[in-house]
Every structure is written in structure tokens, then in C-alpha cells.
Write a protein that binds this ligand. Structure first.
Ligand code: PEP
Length: 231
């Protein structure tokens, strides 16, 4: 069964979250996950959908202003977290080391994790893509060990929010590379929308999608879930 996860980033407060969750019905045949901002998690959980946070800290509690821990998320009924999104790496100093610590703690507490990896355009064009992906994936794999609940999202940075989705061949190549390093499901992320998702999602190496922009609209997110369910 393919997994479609909606990363809402810093969009939708509790009221907009409630409205989306009331209107959204996950189709049979695909797994749908919603990832609202922290403040909207309680409103989302109330409606019975599968809800992940967009980040999680490695400590259970402590002097870490602005962070949220795995036990806190579990107490709310949140089932997992995105870790290491490229926006966290780019704007908030997230490194392979901090990503690894978050992954280890989250899985250790029984949260599922969508750990994000992906190369920049410069890295791709200068032939460093394999090295970058290898380092990112190996840090996550070492942190996860034999723990269950890990999914990787391959999100080429140049495809996120740009409208320029990777071609099916580019995605297959990256997914196969990642799967050779680590045997877990691999989602694709980067400008996926109902109009372009079918060819990509129908590939065997693509286990689903992490969706930003197109997950904010209940109709387009539902359409993506239906496409995944039909494959
Ligand atoms: C993302 O941010 O994870 C993402 C895939 O964004 P978008 O679908 O908007 O490119």
C-alpha cells in the first residue's frame, strides 16, 4: 500500500486544520498521513486521521526552547514525525548529526519517522549526488539500527516548491540507490500534484509521496490519495 503524506509546513492554524480534517476522507487502498504545524496537532488528531508532526527533538524534556519531544507528541495521539526536511537543513541548521539524533529518539519512543534526504541542484550538477545521498542515508540508517517505523523521503531540493518534479527515471535512479543502502520504503517529494503523480507513483521503487503545496487543498490531496490507492 502506498503512503501519501501531506507536509503542511507553516500553513493552517487549528481552525483551518479542523475544516480540512472534517472534509477529508482517506480512500481505502492507500495510507494517508497529515503533518500540520505543532499548534494544530490536537485539532487534527481529534478527527481520527493519522497525524505526524513536522519535527521532533531527541531529548524527552529539558532546556531546549522551541522544541517538542516524542513523549509530548505521543501524549497528543500523534503517530510519527517528519525529520530532516530540507527546509530544516537549509534554514534552521539541521545537520546529518542532529537528524540522526532525532530519528533515533523518535523511533525509540515508538513514533514512525519520515526522514528526508535529497541533493541540491549544484550537488547534482557537480556529480556529488550519490555521495550526498549516501552520507544522509547512512547517518539515518546508523541512528535507526534495527528499529521499526522508518520511511525515507527522497526530496531533491531543486524540486521542492518549484513546480519542477523529478522525472520518473531520475526518481527511480535515486530510489534504487537509497534502497540499496537501506531496505525501507522510499517516498518521493518535490512538486507532486494530481496532474503529474500517476506515472511517478506507479513505479515499483516509489512507495508513496511526501507532498507540500498540493496537500493544502483537500481536493488535490484526496485526488493524490485516490491515484495512490488505484495503483
Ligand atoms: C515538501 O516540502 O516536502 C514538498 C514535497 O513540497 P512541494 O510538494 O510543495 O514541492
Amino acid at each position: 500500500m502506498k503512503l501519501i503524506a501531506g507536509n503542511w509546513k507553516m500553513f493552517k492554524g487549528p481552525e483551518a486544520t479542523r475544516a480540512f480534517c472534517e472534509a477529508f476522507e482517506a480512500p481505502d487502498g492507500a495510507e494517508a498521513v497529515l503533518c500540520p504545524p505543532f499548534v494544530s496537532l490536537p485539532a487534527a488528531v481529534e478527527r481520527g486521521h493519522t497525524i505526524f508532526a513536522q519535527n521532533v527533538h531527541w531529548a524527552d524534556e529539558g532546556a531546549f526552547t522551541g522544541e517538542v519531544s516524542a513523549p509530548m507528541l505521543l501524549e497528543l495521539g500523534v503517530r510519527g514525525a517528519i525529520v530532516g526536511h530540507s527546509e530544516r537543513r537549509q534554514y534552521f541548521g539541521e545537520t546529518d548529526e542532529t537528524v540522526a539524533r532525532r530519528v533515533a529518539a523518535a523511533l525509540g519512543h515508538g513514533l514512525r519517522v519520515i526522514a528526508c534526504v535529497g541533493e541540491t541542484l549544484e550537488e547534482r550538477e557537480s556529480g556529488q549526488m550519490d555521495l550526498v545521498l549516501r552520507l544522509q542515508v547512512e547517518a539515518i540508517a546508523d541512528a535507526a539500527g534495527t528499529q521499526e517505523g522508518l520511511v525515507i523521503a527522497y526530496e531533491p531540493v531543486w524540486a521542492i516548491g518549484t513546480g519542477q518534479m523529478a522525472t520518473p527515471d531520475q526518481a527511480r535512479e535515486a530510489h534504487t540507490f537509497i534502497k540499496n543502502l537501506l531496505d525501507v520504503p522510499v517516498l518521493y517529494g518535490g512538486s507532486a500534484k494530481p496532474e503529474n503523480a500517476e506515472e511517478l507513483l506507479s513505479q515499483e521503487s516509489v512507495d508513496g509521496a511526501l507532498v507540500g503545496g498540493a496537500s493544502l487543498d483537500v481536493e488535490s490531496f484526496t485526488a493524490l490519495c485516490r491515484i495512490a490507492a488505484s495503483l
